[in-house]
Design a protein around this ligand. Structure first.
Ligand code: F6R
Length: 613
């Protein structure tokens, strides 16, 4: 949450900060601001709303040509959305400006202490106390280096932070520090960029270092140095970003979400590349440091994740239990971290996170590791905190996902989890022939997804008929239940309409009371063995006035007779069927959101990477 950026180099900082903030905007977008050091003074500029509003303001009346500055795009935590609460925040006397991501938990006692020292506060944020705390330490020990002042200040702080600090005292450096909030330095030629996310630096340099918790970096235009908050040593690892310039551009698509939906044939292909055994009867993951014997000795799996990634894990449970017969538990990471869950021996823990920065998932990971369990990760963001904290893991290689509502990252997680089900099954009871059938289904998945994407126009027309309805229920059995949950979440996020999901048969146990003519029920009827039961459930809601949309691969049944809309998708192997069935739901949510006039890529109240609890 919140995007932060700092630039120091030879170019005008304004343009680079604004460009960077546009790339970071998906992390939070209720207000934005920059501060530039120009001719020895710090000049801030802030505004409520999206980065393009700030860009307009810069264009019209902010012609500072300083080559050092910081910027921020906000997802409000402390204080409402207003210019005074937008970052960067200045210390009294304007010696320091700070942009911050995270939460300072003990900000009230620090504020009281600073008020006693005659500091004044002009915002409701926890961040402004940091600006003044830094100034307090500077005034107290003026001989200290910039990084040392920040270190002394942070020693008093409880909570989480990624910060960049600009100073008119220390004119040739920016100091950055992190604790549980991502931060990296992009190393350029005569210029360096600090950002909360590689998206902001990828077009300037591919060479980055990720700061670790407790590290404080002093960044100049042609060098940098790192100290630690405590006694620990600095552990610097250089990474090469594998993003192509332009990955973050829209191309011919109107929104990132639609672009990312249509990228799924290739993101799924990338999730599978080089990950099948030579005899094409199983999958393999170079990143998982387990021998076949160790795979066999796993007695239980535990998956922890949040939101969409949680739904992917739930699907993983159905598939792994079905094919590999290993019991699987799935927990919301935010619950697991505080639950003190009893875990049995030989449990292998997986955390799944697109961003690799979700704080709840990171905390669940740490909790499982503390208890001595091996923890594997499935992440998309290379070099992210979760990727670095796990014992070993699998990268999704889905490419940059900018749309706040996760689409291609979800299907790539599903693909990897389906391949894991195959892998665990093949070291246990699945025979060679079944393994080959499974692999074939996976390999042909990108082609199948391309076919389903051709339904886009039909789904847009269906959305046109129903987008005004007040209630949407998504219903699926077994492997279709997690997909129904994800369909409902996508619709909620993108169109702000009330949507819920249930295992189809659960309908009768309560939710059926919701059914009226205002309701649209979306049934996932793609499993052969469940068709009769699903048809009866459709009749039950039809009889109570609901509109019915069915997604099916069955061509024998005259669905049109008793359903309002029929979306036909290809019949596929049950191990990949959930992935294929996801696509129409993503498209449906997209078109409903569009027709309801919502901001598809920046849905209200959301942010892409949730780095606060
Ligand atoms: C929904 C969505 C969120 C994320 C969740 C976890 O479209 O994107 O529900 O799935 O915040 O994020 P990651 O996967 O980055 O840990």
């Amino acid at each position: 949450m919140c995007g932060i950026i700092g630039y120091i180099g030879q170019k005008k900082a304004n343009g680079i900060l604004i460009e960077g903030l546009k790339r970071l905007e998906y992390r939070g977008y209720d207000s934005a601001g920059i501060a530039i050091l120009d001719q020895g003074e710090i000049f801030p500029l802030k505004c409520v709303g999206k980065v393009h509003e700030l860009a307009k303001k810069v264009q019209s009346h902010f012609q500072h040509s300083g080559t050092i500055g910081i910027g921020h795009t906000r997802w409000a935590t402390h204080g409402n959305v207003s210019e005074k609460n937008a970052h960067p925040h200045l210390s009294n006397g304007n010696n320091f400006a700070i942009a911050h991501n995270g939460i300072i938990e003990n900000y009230l006692p620090i504020k009281a202490f600073l008020i006693e020292k005659n500091y004044k506060f002009y915002s409701d944020t926890d961040t402004e106390i940091l600006a003044n705390l830094i100034d307090y330490h500077y005034q107290k020990e003026k001989y200290l280096s910039f990084a040392e002042i920040i270190r002394k200040s942070l020693l008093h702080v409880e909570g989480t932070y990624g910060i960049v600090v600009l100073s008119k005292i220390f004119k040739d450096e920016i100091v950055a520090a992190r604790k549980s909030s991502p931060l990296l330095i992009g190393l350029g030629n005569g210029e360096n960029i600090i950002a909360s996310d590689a998206a902001a630096v990828a077009r300037y340099t591919k060479r980055v270092i990720y700061l670790n918790d407790g590290e404080i970096a002093s960044v100049c235009s042609d060098n940098f140095s790192v100290i630690t908050l405590g006694e620990g040593s600095v552990d610097m690892v250089y990474h090469e970003l594998d993003w192509e310039i332009g990955d973050e551009d829209l191309g011919d698509f109107p929104t990132h979400m639609l672009k990312e939906i249509f990228e799924q044939p290739s993101s799924i292909e990338n999730a599978m590349r080089g990950r099948f055994t030579e005899d094409a009867s199983s999958s393999k993951f170079g990143g998982l440091s387990l021998t076949p014997q160790e795979f066999r000795s796993v007695e239980r799996l535990l998956f922890c994740a949040c939101g969409t990634a949680y739904h992917a894990c739930l699907e993983g449970k159905y598939l792994i239990e079905k094919y590999a017969r290993i019991p699987v538990d799935v927990e919301y990471a935010s619950e697991f971290r505080y639950r003190n869950a009893p875990l049995q021996r030989n449990t292998l823990v997986f955390v799944v996170s697109q961003s690799g920065e979700t704080i709840d998932t990171l905390a669940a990971l740490q909790e499982a590791k503390r208890k001595g369990y091996p923890v594997m990760g499935i992440t998309n963001a290379v070099g992210s905190t979760i990727a670095r904290a796990t014992d070993s893991g699998i990268y999704q290689h889905a490419g940059l996902e900018i749309g706040v509502a996760s689409t291609k990252a979800f299907t790539s997680q599903l693909t990897i989890l389906s391949m894991l089900a195959l892998l665990f099954a093949r070291v246990r009871d699945m025979d060679d022939f079944s393994g080959r059938q499974y692999v074939y289904a996976l390999k042909t998945l990108p082609k199948t997804i391309k076919e389903v994407l051709k339904l886009s126009e039909q789904i847009s027309a269906i959305a046109e008929k129903y987008y005004g309805q007040g209630r949407f229920l998504f219903l699926g059995r077994q492997t279709m239940y997690p997909i129904a949950l994800e369909g409902a979440l996508k619709l909620k996020e993108i169109s702000y309409v009330h949507a819920e999901a249930f295992p189809t048969a659960e309908m009768k146990h309560g939710p059926i009371a919701l059914i009226s003519e205002e309701s649209v029920c979306i049934f996932l009827a793609t499993q052969k063995e469940m068709l009769d039961k699903t048809m009866s459930n459709i009749q039950e809601v039809k009889a109570r006035g609901a509109k019915v949309i069915v997604i099916t691969s069955n061509t024998q049944i005259a669905w049109e007779v008793f359903c309002n809309e029929v979306i036909k998708i290809p019949e596929t192997h049950p191990g990949v069927n959930p992935i294929v069935s996801t696509i129409p739901l993503q498209l449906f949510a997209y078109y409903v959101g569009l027709l309801r006039g919502c901001d598809i890529d920046r849905p209200r109240n959301l942010a892409k990477s949730v780095t606060v609890e």
